[in-house]
Design a protein around this ligand. Structure first.
Ligand code: NAP
Ligand code: ZN
Length: 335
């Protein structure tokens, strides 16, 4: 059987629609007919080779929702026709210490969906059964894709570190950041949205932020000194990190999920005296994703989206690159 996919042929070039031979289905794998796929900034960074690790041709896309169309003979727990989501990863070894202790996303052999594997800007995607996550019935299928990467990436640090009594700051109100505000508000935290775009102030409050602040004005940031138990940074640009770390309360934590390429300078005394931490994390495990989806469906947490036809994928990438997308683009399959 032949499949169609939008293929990135070279860095910064428009993707082209091609027919692809996926070969036989792996024994433990499932095949999913893609119905929607979110567009994450990581897709743009991969297309542009911002991280220096891209290889072409590549099929990008890692926020898939779709239905299972085939199940390998050793795949477990999934049926043809079932609604599932596939996110940043679509396989792991299933026998190492990390997999056996439930941290599959930290497996040394974890398989990213769009590096060395065919991603979701395609008619079909393949995944190890464990990484094709069943979607709760209540979840809006067309809007759920962005939860599979952006959503779990910001939910995981909240689940690991936040208490409902905490004051939490979300830095950067884009795809990840706006979902982070919604999740943190649903958790019951007091939420501050840090943005470089004043025109996002009102919408950030609509997402549940109790306060809004500039992410660029050092003097204003410094006034918030000692405030936050947890800061989650979703930006991929350099900020006044010293001022940001200074806004942490004693025992506070700056958690980095945005892929900023320049090193973040940290003064030892700023950590030592207030017993602060700086940390990071990559998406989450299958069980963490399942937990996040359950929480999202119970609390009606969904991304605010702009829908594009998959056939206009290059237009959608241009829209994301312009910084104007509000707040997550979803591509609807129209092959
Ligand atoms: P996005 O929708 O483009 O949002 C990024 C936000 O960063 C923008 O909306 C903007 O927010 C802020 N920003 C951009 N340029 C800025 C500038 N010059 N100065 C200050 N702020 C700026 O991207 P995304 O999809 O949310 O992804 C965010 C980052 O997370 C990317 O680096 C992506 O690769 C990474 N990521 C990491 C993981 C992980 O596992 N750790 C998973 C997914 C994505 P404001 O307008 O509010 O300032
Ligand atoms: Zn992503």
């Amino acid at each position: 059987m032949n499949y169609k996919a939008w293929v990135a042929k070279a860095a910064k070039q428009p993707m082209v629609l091609e027919t692809v031979d996926l070969g036989p289905l792996g024994a433990e794998d499932v095949e999913v007919a893609v119905e929607h796929c979110g567009l994450c900034h990581s897709d743009l960074s991969a297309l542009n080779n911002d991280w220096g690790i891209s290889q072409y041709p590549a099929i990008l896309g890692h926020e898939v929702t779709g239905r299972v169309t085939a199940v390998g003979p050793n795949a477990k727990g999934l049926k043809v026709g079932q609604r599932v989501g596939v996110g940043w990863n679509s396989g792991s070894c299933m026998h190492c210490h990390q997999c056996m202790s439930g941290s599959h996303h930290l497996c040394p052999q974890v398989q990213p969906t769009m590096f060395g594997h065919r991603g979701g800007f395609a008619t079909h995607i393949r995944s190890h059964w464990a990484w094709a996550i069943p979607l709760p019935e209540k979840l809006n299928f067309a809007e759920a894709g962005p939860l599979l990467c952006g959503g779990i990436t910001v939910f995981a640090p909240l689940a690991m570190y936040a208490k409902p009594t905490d004051r939490v700051g979300i830095i950067g109100i884009g795809g990840l950041g706006h979902m982070a505000v919604k999740f943190a508000a649903a958790y019951g935290c007091d939420v501050t949205a840090f943005t470089s775009s004043e025109n996002k102030f009102d919408e950030a409050k609509g997402f549940g932020a109790n306060h809004v602040a500039s992410s660029k004005e050092s003097a204003a940031i410094k006034k918030l000194g000692g405030s936050f138990d947890l800061l989650i940074s979703t930006v991929n640009v350099k900020l006044d990190w010293d001022a940001m770390i200074g806004t942490l309360a004693p025992n506070g934590r700056l958690h980095v999920v945005g892929a900023v390429l320049e090193p973040i300078p940290v003064a030892a005394f700023s950590l030592i005296l207030q017993q602060r931490s700086v940390s990071g994390s990559p998406t989450g495990s299958p069980v963490a994703i399942e937990t996040m989806l359950d929480f999202a469906s119970r609390h009606n947490v969904a991304p605010q989206t702009e829908h594009f036809a998959m056939s206009n994928i290059n237009g959608a990438f241009a829209r994301l690159e312009s910084g104007k997308a509000r707040y997550r683009i979803v591509l609807d399959a129209d092959f």
